[in-house]
Write a protein that binds this ligand. Structure first.
Ligand code: PNS
Length: 182
């Protein structure tokens, strides 16, 4: 019997515990699962594609049948290139359904042999989204329940660094004065 391979496409900016939960579930029903990070030139992400790839690789290193890749362009073209038979997507709540249905049907129109498989993450992750995680972390709120420890650290480093570079540090003021004087 042929091996069943699925891609799990998304932005993963950043990966959340909900994404990890879905990867665990997907890895149990497919022979191979490729987490496929979209390179989207129209968006300015918080984490670069390379950072996201490295983070997801570290977080999924325990799974023998999961690998991480990046792609540009249409999901169906990427799926065809890697010979995937299915696209895995998560549905957290009914509010996700309309968009996901539209995307699944459009993908089917573009590539009829590619199936979309929806899975639900654990209900306690049903309210977790990368967008809310970014927003909470940017304002210094706690995200430990929403993302793995590694991501929490990276968020702290990212926003700590952003704050530091924005703060009118005493030393830089002194520097400016010196520059004005010189
Ligand atoms: O994590 P996201 O942002 O919800 O993932 C959305 C993603 C990447 C799956 C979707 O935007 C996508 O497939 N983009 C690639 C371009 C494409 O194929 N567009 C047509 C979709 S019907």
């Amino acid at each position: 019997m042929s091996r069943k391979m699925a891609i799990y496409p998304g932005s993963f900016d950043p990966p959340t515990k909900g994404h990890l939960d879905l990867i665990a579930r997907g890895s149990r029903i497919f022979d191979e699962l490729v987490v496929a990070i979209l390179r989207n030139p129209e968006k300015t992400p918080l984490f670069s594609v390379e950072e996201r790839k490295e983070m997801i690789e570290l977080l999924t290193s325990g799974y023998k049948n999961v690998r991480v890749d990046t792609f540009e362009g249409l999901t169906v073209d990427y799926a065809t290139r890697v010979r995937a038979t299915a696209v895995l997507r998560g549905i957290r709540a009914i509010s996700d359904y309309e968009y996901e249905l539209q995307m699944a049907l459009m993908n089917r129109k573009l590539q009829p042999s590619l199936e979309t498989v929806f899975m639900m993450p654990a209900e306690h992750y049903s309210y977790v989204s990368s967008r809310l995680v970014r927003e909470i972390a940017a304002m210094g709120g706690p995200v430990g329940a929403l993302v793995p420890g590694l991501i929490e650290q990276r968020l702290r480093a990212k926003f700590g660094a952003a704050k530091r570079s924005k703060a009118p540090a005493a030393s830089s003021k002194r520097g400016r004065k010196r520059n004005l004087q010189s």
